[in-house]
Design a protein around this ligand. Sequence first.
Ligand code: BES
Ligand code: MN
Ligand code: ZN
Length: 503
Amino acid sequence: MRLRVTTDQPWDVAADVLVIPIVGEPVFEGPLGEIDRRASGELKALAAFGELRPKRFTSSIAASGGVRAARLLTISAGPTNDIDRELAVRLGSAALHRLAGRHAASLAVWLEPLAGVDGGAELVAGLVARGVVEGMFDPKTIYVDDVPTAPPAIEELVLIAPAGTDAAAATKAAERGVIMGEGANLARSLANRSANDVSPEVLAEEAYTLARKHGLWIDVIGPDKATELGMGMFMAVGRGSDNPPRMIVMRSGKKGELDAAGRHLAIIGKGVCFDSGGISLKPPERMEEMKMDKTGACTVIAAIATVARLAPGTPLLAVAPAVENMPGPHSSRPGDMVKALNGKWVDIINTDAEGRLILGDAMTYAERLGATHLVDVATLTGAVSRALGDLVTGAFGTDPAWTGEVLAAGARAGERYWQLPLVDEYLTEMESWYGDVVNTGGAEGGLVKSGLFLREFVTKPWVHLDIAGTAYYRKAKPWAARGASGASHATLVELALAGAAPA
Ligand code: BES
Ligand code: MN
Ligand code: ZN
């Protein structure tokens, strides 16, 4: 996709479609009045007809009359005082989503109505460009060659910035936004792929391909080496399937190298290529969604590739334990005792609480490789989606300063998080008769207990992001198709880039 930033008037820009954000009630004065006048009053007429409404994400397509673009697409942003980074991204995506099945090769977006977002027009250029790229994603195109209902593949994106915008800075921000969007789409496309397609081995091959492409160091640990190293929790899950497990380890920079912020950051992602529950088998309803239980792994693999594109050489470690959680003659049973890589004895009460097992060993391994700060991202609990839904990711942290930095990266990325408490007292409900800890304890506070369990396997500042609610949409949103959403990719990239060497 070619990118161009211009400060021309919106009615003077040639494109197949001109996107016009409508903030609050449309007021046909100033430039919007001029666009409407040139379009022979079509927008005003649509508003009077009730087709152009101020409700967020509603849209209308109009003939353009004397405006140079061939068609006009209005997209409503909702109340004036509510425009934030997340919305700027989603408006870009929603425009593309609205054009699904239509023929458009060039798109111009008028940024001025959104330029009030903190950071101004340059920042908005980056957010909208990212949104446009994310809006082009359609999971149906993964397997089907010709999808007539897919959003159009935009070949040229023109960002119309207000006069006085630093065009070079806006172009740079937009280029960065495109790369961020492509990274999110890579994570989404991997996450959406089915379990008969993406096994742990295939995920590792995808990681190899990316590592080669972006000059990353990679090591993939198979079952023999994992057993020898003592990854008892990882193997307890991995041994249950005919598709062998893979611990995928990728790195940019040197082993243990500190970044410009003085950290050796490790991002760890849950890679359960299919979660049947194992012997603690899940009920059949919506079990098909469990092919997306590898989203955390896909997110960290995509994020390290994105960081390699944006700031090559930035020290960063990505660890993605990939397994298939299956019932069978080799599966772990409820009550099985396993020894974790950090030496703790774990009592597997429920084989469906598998994510925390593989993540625990992955985090211990990340620390052994020199990680000083950790973030894990995982579709860990149904409870988080019941509590926070599909728009807010749950976060747990052990170190307030580090948690603050991760949440600040989330805010820069335009992603929403809500911090949940690690209630020490509940750990007493997770005592094992035989070992150090059980992998699930009692029905109450299950969400908190998932965080408490993971905490047993870290010693350094750590944040856990539970994306079980946000990782994928069950129904299409105005800004996205159903399926994987790309959640947390941008946050991880922003977090890592805080440690990039100054340009
Ligand atoms: N992968 C699931 C969590 C999940 C549920 C993700 C729904 C996305 C949608 C996880 O491995 C799991 O099975 N969690 C159990 C934990 C329980 C056994 C303590 C859960 O949430 O029910
Ligand atoms: Mn499970
Ligand atoms: Zn799972």
